[in-house]
Ligand binder design. Structure first.
Ligand code: ADE
Ligand code: ZN
Length: 326
C-alpha cells in the first residue's frame, strides 16, 4: 500500500497539541458571532491569509487574539470536540493535550469554565471514539512566577483531571529556571512535568528543563543537536522529544522540511515523536505532519512504524495500556 494509506491506517498518539491551536477560523467566526465578539479580520479567508509567520512570537500574537472569543463552557467543549472528531478520522487513538489557563483567566474567564468544557469533550471522545486522553496544564512563560503559582492553586481542585504541567509561549528570555519553584510545587502535588525547550531557545534551556524542572518529556527540543553531551544524556535517559514538523516549518525553526532533524535524531538513538502543535495555524493535523516529513525525508514504512510506536512509548499510558494500544 502507499505511504499515504500506511500513515492513515497506523494507530497514533498525539503528545504535543495545544487545544487553543486547533481553533479553525470557521468555528472561530461561529463562536464569535454567538458571543457578540468582533474578530479583527473581515472574513474566514482574510483571517487565514494572516497566518504567515516569521518566528514564534508572530504566531503567538495571532494565537492569543484568536482565543479571545472563547467565553462559555460550551465554547471550550466545541473547540475540543472539533479536534477529537478530526483526529478520530486520522486514527489517533490517544491524546495528551495542553491547555493554557492563563490565556483565559487573564480575560476574566474562570478556570472552572475552561476545564469543564475541555474535560467533558474529552470524556465524550473516549465514550464515542474510544480515544484515551491526558490533560496537561501549561504555564505561559512570558508571565511571571506569581501568576504561574496562582494558576497552580486554581488547578488543585481539578487534580484528578490534570495529569501534568507544561511550559509554553515565548521561549527566548524566559528560561525554565524562571519556573523552578512552581514546578517543584507541581511535582509535590503529584503532577508530571514537561516543558517546551530548544524550539527557538538554546540547548542550555533543555538542560535546565531536565535538571531544574525534572521533566519527563521535552516539547520540541530541536536545538539539542547543538550539544553532543546533551544528546548523549537524552539518549541515555530515553527522554522523549515531541517534534512538530509543520510547526517548525511555519515558524521558521527549519527553512525547509528537507532540513528537519527528525531522521538525524532517530539515527542517534533519540526517542522522537511526530505531533501537530497548533494544527489550525500550521496547515495540518497528525497525518499531514507524518506525510510531510515522509515526503521530504523519504521515510520508509519501518521508520513511520517506529515513530508511531514511539508515540505510545513516550506517552503517559501505563505499560499495560501501551500493550493494548500498539
Ligand atoms: N504555544 C502554542 N504553540 C506553541 C509553540 N509552538 N511554542 C511555544 N508556545 C506555544
Ligand atoms: Zn507547542
Amino acid at each position: 500500500i502507499s505511504i499515504k494509506k500506511f500513515i492513515e491506517g497506523i494507530p497514533k498518539a498525539e503528545l504535543h497539541l495545544h487545544i487553543e491551536g486547533t481553533f479553525e477560523p470557521e468555528l472561530m467566526f461561529e463562536i464569535a458571532k454567538r458571543n457578540n465578539k468582533i474578530i479583527s479580520h473581515a472574513s474566514i479567508d482574510e483571517l487565514r491569509k494572516a497566518y504567515s509567520f516569521n518566528n514564534l512570537q508572530e504566531f503567538l500574537d495571532i494565537y492569543y487574539a484568536g482565543a479571545n472569543v472563547l467565553i462559555n463552557e460550551q465554547d471550550f467543549y466545541d473547540l475540543t470536540w472539533a479536534y477529537l472528531t478530526k483526529v478520530h478520522e486520522q486514527n489517533v487513538v490517544h491524546v495528551e493535550i495542553f491547555f493554557d489557563p492563563q490565556t483565559h483567566t487573564d480575560r476574566g474567564i474562570s478556570f472552572d469554565t475552561v476545564i469543564r468544557g475541555i474535560h467533558k469533550a474529552l470524556e465524550d471522545g473516549k465514550k464515542q471514539f474510544g480515544i484515551s486522553f491526558k490533560l496537561i496544564m501549561s504555564f505561559l512563560r512570558h508571565l511571571d512566577e506569581a501568576s504561574a503559582f496562582t494558576t497552580l492553586e486554581q488547578a488543585l481542585p481539578y487534580k484528578n483531571w490534570i495529569s501534568g504541567v507544561g511550559l509554553d509561549s515565548s521561549e527566548i528570555g524566559n528560561p525554565p529556571s524562571k519556573f523552578e519553584r512552581v514546578f517543584e510545587k507541581a511535582r509535590e502535588e503529584g503532577f508530571l512535568t514537561v516543558a517546551h525547550a530548544g524550539e527557538e531557545g538554546p540547548a542550555e534551556y533543555i538542560w535546565e528543563a531536565l535538571d531544574l524542572l525534572k521533566i519527563t518529556r521535552i516539547d520540541h527540543g530541536n536545538r539539542c543537536l547543538d550539544d553532543n553531551s546533551l544528546v548523549q544524556k537524552l539518549v541515555e535517559l530515553q527522554i522523549p522529544l515531541t517534534l512538530c514538523p509543520l510547526s517548525n516549518l511555519e515558524l521558521k525553526v527549519v527553512k525547509d522540511l528537507k532540513d528537519h532533524p527528525i531522521v538525524t535524531m532517530m539515527n542517534r538513538g533519540l526517542l522522537v515523536t511526530v505531533n501537530s502543535d497548533d494544527p489550525a495555524y500550521f496547515g495540518g493535523y497528525m497525518n499531514e505532519n507524518y506525510q510531510s516529513i515522509a515526503d521530504a525525508l523519504q521515510l520508509s514504512k519501518k521508520q513511520i512504524t517506529e515513530l508511531a510506536k514511539n508515540s505510545f512509548s513516550a506517552s503517559w499510558l501505563t505499560d499495560k495500556e501501551k500493550e493494548n494500544r500498539i
